[in-house]
Design a protein. Sequence first.
Length: 653
Amino acid sequence: MAGKDKTICKMSEVLASQVAAGEVVERPASVVKELVENSIDAKAKLIRVEIRRGGVSMIKVADNGVGMSREDAVLCLERHATSKLLSFEDLFEIRQLGFRGEALPSIASVSELGIKTRRAQDVEGVQVVCSGGKTSPLENSGCAPGTEITVSNLFFNTPVRRKFLKSGETEAGHIEHQLKLHALAFPDIRFIFVRDGQVVFDVPATSDLRQRIAAFTGREVAGQLLRLRPQSGPGLRVSGFVMPLSAARRNRRMQFVFLNGRPIEDKIVLRAVRDGFGGFPTGLHPSMFLYLEVEPGLVDVNVHPAKREVRFRRPSDVTIAIIESVSETLAAYARGEGEIAPAEGQASGAPSNASADASSGEGSGGAVAGGGAPFGLKPILEPQQRELQLSPRRPFVSATAPSKGATPCGKPESKQPAAKLEQSVAPDMAPPPAAPAATAVAAVPAPPAVSAEPPCAEPAQLGFRPLGSLAAGQYLLFENKDGLVMLSPRAARERIVFERLLEANKRPIPSQRLLQPVLIELDAREAGAAREALAKLEQAGFLLSPFGQRTLRVEAVPAILSLPKVEEFMLDLIRSFSSGETRMKRPRTPFEPYAIQIARSYVAREDMRPWMQAPMALLKELLRCEIPYCTPAGRPTMVPVTLNEVKRKFQAQ
Ligand code: ADP
Ligand code: MG
């Protein structure tokens, strides 16, 4: 009997393993994970997993990997026995999935575990059984090269744990999901999954990742995959697929991220993908199959044995590579250069996509808009539709007759009495085509002149018909073949103006010179913010000069903004800068937060009435945008209500 003073005792090996098992072996799916990882580490090309009663009665994982020697077959059941890690330094060079040498002894301590294994070079294999942590003597076995591990009666000696297990159905579901992750991570391995005597799936090895994905999602979904432009950063590579925004979901079930063959859940990665889209509607999640290969020294996977967390040593490298890869892929797709251009049938295939979803068990969390195209739109706009009408050769536009450059956002400038605008400052400039609306003087500015633009598909051709407006003009209503589309003019304008401003990255934004410079008085903080923002504002088409300590002189404003009250607008804008509203976690370019703020401040005070009177013109402008579906901050610009939804509402009892 231990003396009264003795409170610390050494755990038995079995108890220590059971404690460790609590971390490693949470449920049958975690056993499957560990065993399959070992098979992958053993270079197996075929892995067969069989379970009975949700894995509680039996889990058998058989592989055709390298197998184990007689000695190893016994050693592998001892704690911290691993063939994969010998020194602390090795921890930073982990290339295998396992490295702790903990899994097998942990599993063996809470089950009856049998191993049959044989290396290719051995004439005979061996088998050993370990029950509740006690190992039987080794025996010869006439097995095929590879390893077969059978785990029976899981948690038979830890009744509390067993009690916490869910139904066989649920546990089997977890196992299937776990295997699906492995199979997506390693398309070059054939996986067979047998449940209670029935083959659930048998996916052949393939070098084509898309084919592997299709095996699980169905062809319909796989047909929408956009192959990511491979992108490398220091010690890392990004590849895989994303799906266009139209395939976004309300849940994360179509988000798969793998890091060096491990499924991970990582906020940094998901955030970067959203940013790569240039903003993403709140409440929706991009669909993706993202594969990261990172040099082992640059990532810590040793955070938790069972959890999917990782720690990147240089998270910003990861972010940049992902953003670039995703945004370049989407830009190419928008230009119609993507590797896949969904066929017409697919592009408008809302119902078929929805049914594919249902069959893969995604149910209500399915895509928000079906097919390759949201709102029944052809997703790939013609290149000339994308062309913005900002002429690089004519940085300054006429005050009286807006050139094409001014029209996209342009209410005619003649409606802006406060901003005295000079006539064209470019002497060699050919007279721009005068839009008829430009000379009209009315209480409500005339609809924007869009007729002077190059030919491109009209929304009518895209199948839109204006129906009217809602809530005193707060929303515009359209009909297309899929049903109803509601559009928020203000949100749409934010997106349009934002994208126009972003064009500044490619070519100078046309400015319009004020007839008389406007002087703006600022306080010290505002003056500081203005100085800081000067270069960005000039990039956007403002021409500014500090005038004394606290005065800002505005000489020209971007031609795409029609500003009746330059002073008020500038003050608003600079105040938003000084109050830090431009702070953004991870802007794609330093200019982006400024462009967002300029668009927001401008549109907040913009008169929407002309747009309400020209709904098709507004829609057309919006559809010309690279990402028409949301504002730069991620609020939706358009909300579809499908005919099916309408029908369902009427049929509801
Ligand atoms: P770890 O994977 O962390 O090394 P495990 O307890 O999972 O620890 O496995 C211990 C050792 O057993 C492995 O390092 C490997 O040498 C051997 N092993 C386990 N499973 C297999 C298998 N399917 N094929 C070949 N060797 C295996
Ligand atoms: Mg392992």
